[in-house]
Design a protein around this ligand. Sequence first.
Ligand SMILES: NC(=O)c1ccc[n+]([C@@H]2O[C@H](COP(=O)([O-])OP(=O)(O)OC[C@H]3O[C@@H](n4cnc5c(N)ncnc54)[C@H](OP(=O)(O)O)[C@@H]3O)[C@@H](O)[C@H]2O)c1
Length: 279
Amino acid sequence: MKIMILGASGLFGNALLRGWRDDEVIGLSSRGVDIRDAARTQETIGSSRPDWIVLSAAYADVDGCEKDPARAFAVNRDGAVNVAEAAKRTGAKLLFLSSDYVFDGKKSAPYETGDARNPQSIYGRSKAEAEVRLLEILPDCCIVRTSWLFGMGGKCFPDTILKLAVTRSSLDVVNDQRGSPTYTVDLASTIRELLRNNARGIVHATNSGDCTWFEFARKILESAGLTTEVRPVSSAQMARPAPRPAYSVLSPRSLNQLGITMPSWQDALQRYLRERPAL
Ligand SMILES: NC(=O)c1ccc[n+]([C@@H]2O[C@H](COP(=O)([O-])OP(=O)(O)OC[C@H]3O[C@@H](n4cnc5c(N)ncnc54)[C@H](OP(=O)(O)O)[C@@H]3O)[C@@H](O)[C@H]2O)c1
């Protein structure tokens, strides 16, 4: 297979690129192709003729999107549309990375793939609108919603907590947002399996189990043998520009139906802490 990864310099794209064996893989950052440029996107995809495109490229700064909605929609929705149209013309299959933030967070049981989208933030809206447009352009595309990514090669929550723990005696971490932390290495193996199985439609892919950011932080410190105090606070106390869903756990049913299971987030965290380079 010939695979093109768009967003290969990002936290996830990087893990996907690094872990790939046995196929011809082309990884591009925004310098390789800016997906906002429809003509360049068509040219790049048309000349490489990949079998699969993994579209991981995004303006993924959730608070940044709130401040710059024009950029959020230009990259996350319109850029994705440019890629889908080029894929359609070239006959390439498309896998699009989407997010738990397409949901409003009002449920208290895991979100199924058919649950209604109701994003609360600009970032969530830009991803939700992209999903709808992509399914119109390429009804056979695969949309993989994931959440709370951590891993090597980019900024991530465990690294932030470990860095702060060195300089502060206590940390305040929100305890009213629940989701599933997901190791990029585990998501990358899942995506490779989805491609091999010619997956289509919407799939939810996260490490199994769930926690709040506070519980995640406590586990990170405990695993690293640090005794820094972690204090639970509310989202209101930590006011951020973009609202986050209070509950965004994604059901593994769609993945399990394809015969795929992912390890627990606790197991993933232990492996990440062993595998990552020292801070
Ligand atoms: N991070 C999370 O917790 C999370 C959760 C759920 C879903 N997701 C989704 O998962 C995917 C990967 O996220 P991530 O955390 O790996 O993102 P990231 O680290 O911010 O990486 C974004 C990637 O997109 C590229 N990019 C940005 N603007 C572009 C443009 N206009 N044209 C072409 N490429 C562009 C960047 O290239 P440059 O390096 O050249 O800027 C980079 O390679 C995204 O679709 C995101 O929405 C992420």
